[in-house]
Design a protein around this ligand. Structure first.
Ligand SMILES: [Fe+2]
Ligand SMILES: [Fe+2]
Length: 345
């Protein structure tokens, strides 16, 4: 009797929650949503749906055979030639990429399972297929240069687990597509431009092409998930995002010795990673048709924090360093030209 009363009280609330989840395109509790095609789409929503669907088709058309590609590259470049210091640097840095690819695989599989609109589900499924390939190819590549790394530093682990174990799908999408993947793209670009090792450089070109499509899934589907959030939900999302940005700075500090071993300036990683994250968020705001003032505040805060950790003039005295921090805090997002060139898929 008591149980039945409780169910009666809870059911309008649950019905509202279900309606809200449906509007956002997440309905994990419905095994077979026979009504999934019933929702009428506006012209703009139809356009977004076609772009999302195209991510899947483009992913299929551009899928590459990981085993065959790695072998072809090894044959073409006569194997992998690295000094012991470069080997250590690459193993240290690409441990993050290896386990990050597994994290991306898990998150995208979760998105593919839970997102309801057909087109977003297709895009997430295509991403899961790409991430599986990225994971096994990176594992194969790293096994060519020594033992495959089986652990990560605590701050780096915190970044990946923070997104993997996030309490909502929106956080997972923000964490993976808008924060981690743009940073991975920055890393790929720098390692490729430094021409550290030709097999890896050629592989990373293929990874970069795939990753830009993944960012596009976030840009195109997040507006629907963010729309209609209550102030409490929005505050929870931004607080979580702040924590993730904070952890990402810690991760870069932890990885700094590996960047140095490979001759990469960590400030370049910060600069290019920031530009790609800002660009991804600008594209998101364009899709939403409104700004996210909280992001502007985050960018200013973390520009100041990174300027403090990695000052433009490393030998500056305290006063000059403080002035650099204030200059960085005043910079803001501005307009960043499209470093994610094929983000619209
Ligand atoms: Fe990937
Ligand atoms: Fe990805």
């Amino acid at each position: 009797m008591i149980r039945r009363t409780a169910r009666k009280i809870a059911s309008p609330f649950r019905a509202r929650q279900r309606a809200k989840a449906k509007a956002r395109g997440i309905r994990p509790e419905v095994a077979l949503p026979f009504d999934m095609f019933e929702q009428a789409l506006s012209e703009a929503e139809g356009k977004t749906a076609r772009k999302l669907e195209n991510i899947y088709h483009k992913g299929q058309a551009k899928a590459w055979d990981g085993k065959q590609t790695l072998q072809t590259l090894l044959d073409r470049h006569g194997g992998i030639d690295l000094t012991p210091a470069q080997q250590e640097g690459l193993r240290g840095l690409f441990a993050v990429i290896l386990w990050g690819e597994l994290a991306a695989w898990k998150v995208s599989a979760d998105l593919a399972l839970q997102l309801e609109p057909l087109e977003a589900k297709m895009a997430a499924t295509s991403q899961a297929h790409d991430e599986a390939r990225h994971f096994y190819v990176m594992n194969d590549y790293l096994s060519q240069i020594g033992e495959v790394p089986k652990e990560l530093g605590p701050r780096t682990t915190r970044v990946l687990v923070g997104t993997l174990k996030a309490s909502t799908l929106t956080k997972k999408l923000v964490g993976m597509q808008m924060m981690i993947e743009p940073m991975a793209l920055a890393l790929f670009q720098l390692v490729r431009e430094a021409r550290i090792e030709p097999v890896l450089c050629d592989l990373l070109e293929l990874y970069e092409r795939d990753e830009a499509r993944h960012v596009a899934l976030g840009v195109l589907h997040l507006p629907r998930m963010i729309h209609g959030m209550t102030p409490a939900e929005a505050a929870d999302l931004w607080a979580w995002e702040f924590q993730e940005f904070w952890n990402q700075v810690g991760m870069l500090k932890e990885l700094q010795p590996h960047f140095e071993a490979l001759g990469i300036d960590v400030r370049d990683v910060v600069r290019i990673g920031r530009a790609k994250q800002v660009r991804a968020n600008q594209l998101l705001m364009e899709e939403m048709g409104s700004s996210l003032p909280v992001l502007e505040a985050f960018v200013r805060f973390f520009d100041a924090k990174t300027e403090w950790h990695w000052p433009e003039a490393p030998r500056a005295d305290l006063w000059e360093r403080a002035r650099g921090v204030i200059r960085a805090a005043n910079r803001g997002m501005g307009q960043v030209q499209a470093p994610l060139s094929n983000v619209a898929a």
